[in-house]
Design a protein around this ligand. Structure first.
Ligand code: F6R
Length: 610
């Protein structure tokens, strides 16, 4: 995920920016850049940007830092456009006098780019960010060189997520704006700072203002003015940061895992948005793959990634009518897999380094299959060898138990199956509109689910003493049950077993008694009535039922000891919202038991041995 640092004051801005970006290193990135100007100068901004690590940028300016006391800098985690020098931020206007850095996704950038190109603007990068520069350049002229007004005018045209900072050669100030992506102001004496995360500010100041969605801030050396998008002044309180550096990296959360759970709305935005075309009826995934050459799909992955694959299988089958199977990567290579050149082998991996998954992909290739990797980490071994890569843009995942990467993987399958469905003619325009509308609602819905944490913590308190538990789900949510059970096992060390709910009566129901927590997913589906019957079977045997249900389901309470409400979405997209309370449940049980949540025993983040 990208990092932002801005500075206005008496020091050399470039030094402050490089130092601040270095403190955001834990976020990971693939390119970096900065732009600075001196006070009172109205010449060009001095900008340097480089693909690669921050050290490459440091080397590029080693001979002498660009001089100036106003500046902005950025580390990029590529979403739109490859990680190269040109796509690195800042992006400069055609006259070199305006610079923009941006985190987030401009959703309507394809339309805006066409419109601006039609008016003669020349685009040099492949990024969504560059449309902001050209829009601001126009607005700057139209608003008699009032930078903050120009930024507001530009943002009125833009939909999507952003934290952005703008500098102009004629102004001794920075203008910043936020919608969804975080941005914090650091207050100093005769100097002020901006950053995407608090750690960048800690050596300089602990007095901060957290910008809220819709805020536009103008930072001068002597003060800060915050307005809304209409230019109406907004009062924002100053907070004192008490965290040490490590706590600050966790954004104030007790654990990385919790922070990553809370980042999921942003991950969904990164994965889903900015890829739709034709008024949202189609999706551009940047694949070389020709869908007409594929008859069959084999998904292979390990652990959590394989459960994302289980969701993917149902989506590909039901939306695109593709014959799809999932095989665990550690078994795939030795199973004499039946694949040929009309098979698409989809490998799924957060790290892109899991040896089982890499070897499974190599085996599929040897047998002639086409390969597509759904990945988080860039530049990984799998990314180099796959025919196509679909990135989920989840940012670095530090907690050993995977959470946000899982949601990103499921979202990637939601897009991929939509693409296949449209290409293969299995989804008409009306169905496409409904599906894309539901996709767009997902980040906000996940944001709402996160509010159940307190309720989930109370449930965790009740069930934390159990020695074993059962997770149940039907259809596409059988995978949600698998993932919920794995999370609980991994971080709380409480045994958990997952079953497709209809299978329970064929054996596992013998386990049910008053000591057994049974966590079930019972959101809307054609099998809802059968699901309720299964719940009654558990209830009749005194099982302690924890049920994830649609928030408007008023009847489910009579069948369950605890209900966790989630917003209603399409059945096929429901794994995205349904898994979140199960992640929280695992987290809260582990926390109540005092486990080492970010580094559970016996586990490693990236498993590079067979
Ligand atoms: C579970 C978990 C593991 C990984 C698995 C694959 O929380 O993190 O099950 O999902 O080891 O790792 P990647 O996705 O890096 O291939």
């Amino acid at each position: 995920m990208c990092g932002i640092v801005g500075y206005v004051g008496g020091r050399e801005a470039a030094g402050v920016i490089l130092d601040g970006l270095g403190r955001l290193e834990y976020r990971g990135y693939d390119s970096a850049g900065l732009a600075v100007k001196g006070f009172g100068s109205d010449g060009k901004l001095r900008a340097v940007k480089r693909a690669g690590k921050l050290s490459v940028l440091r080397d590029a300016v080693a001979a002498g830092l660009p001089a100036g006391c106003v500046g902005l800098g950025h580390t990029r985690w590529a979403t739109h456009g490859r990680p190269n020098d040109v796509n690195a931020h800042p992006h400069l206007s055609e006259d070199g006098r305006l610079a923009v850095i941006h985190n987030g996704i401009i959703e309507n950038y394809v339309e805006l780019r066409e419109e601006l190109a039609g008016r003669g603007h020349v685009f040099v990068s492949e990024t969504d960010t560059e449309v902001l520069v050209h829009l601001m350049e126009e607005a700057y002229e139209a608003t008699s060189h009032d930078l903050a007004t120009a930024v507001r005018a530009c943002l009125a045209r833009v939909s999507g997520a952003y934290a952005l900072v703008v500098a102009h050669a004629e102004h001794d100030a920075l203008v910043a704006a936020r919608n969804t992506s975080p941005l914090v102001i650091g207050l100093g004496s005769q100097e002020n700072y901006l950053a995407s995360d608090v750690p960048a500010l800690l050596p300089y100041t602990r007095d901060v203002i957290y910008l809220l969605d819709g805020d536009v801030a103008e930072l001068g050396r002597d003060g800060v003015v915050i307005t809304n998008l209409q230019g109406v002044p907004q009062a924002r309180e100053t907070n004192r940061v008490e965290w040490d550096a490590e706590a600050a990296e966790k954004g104030g959360y007790e654990h990385y895992m919790l922070k990553e759970i809370y980042e999921q709305p942003t991950v969904l935005q990164n994965t889903l948005f900015g890829r739709f075309t034709h008024g949202g009826l189609d999706v551009e995934l940047g694949l070389d793959l020709d869908p007409t050459t594929i008859d069959r799909v084999v998904i292979t992955a390990a652990g959590t990634a394989s459960y994302a694959g289980e969701v993917g299988r149902t989506l590909l089958r039901r939306l695109a009518r593709l014959d799809t199977v999932v095989e665990v990567a550690s078994e795939f290579r030795y199973s004499e897999p039946v694949v040929d050149e009309r098979t698409l082998c989809i490998v799924v991996s957060q790290s892109g380094e899991t040896i089982d998954t890499l070897e499974a992909m190599r085996e599929a290739k040897r047998r002639g299959a086409r390969t597509l990797a759904i990945l988080n980490a860039k530049g990984s071994s799998i990314s180099r060898e796959a025919d196509d890569v679909l990135y989920i843009h989840a940012g670095p995942e530090i907690g050993v138990a995977s959470t946000k990467a899982y949601l990103g993987m499921v979202a990637a399958f939601a897009l991929l199956s939509f693409w296949f469905a449209r290409e293969r003619g299995y989804m008409d325009d009306d169905a496409a509109r409904e599906y894309v509308r539901a996709l767009r609602e997902l980040p906000g819905q996940v944001e709402r689910v996160l509010q159940v944490r307190e309720h989930v913590a109370q449930i965790a308190e009740q069930i934390k003493g159990a020695r074993s538990s059962l997770f149940l789900g039907r259809g596409i949510n059988a995978a949600t049950a698998l993932e919920g059970a794995l999370k609980l096992k991994e971080i709380s060390y409480v045994h958990a077993e997952a079953y497709p709910m209809g299978e329970m009566k064929h054996g596992p129901i013998a386990l049910v008694d008053r000591d057994l927590p049974v966590v079930a997913v019972a959101t809307n589906s054609p099998l809802y009535d059968k699901t309720v019957s299964n719940l009654q079977e558990v209830r009749a045997r005194d099982g302690r039922l924890v049920v994830v249900a649609d928030e408007d389901d008023t009847k489910i309470g009579q069948h369950a000891e605890f209900v966790i409400p989630v917003p209603r979405t399409l059945e096929l997209l429901s794994p995205v919202v349904n898994v979140v309370p199960l992640q929280l449940l695992a987290y809260e049980v582990a926390r109540a038991l005092g486990r080492d949540i970010d580094q559970p025993r016996n586990l490693a983040k990236s498993v590079t041995v067979e």
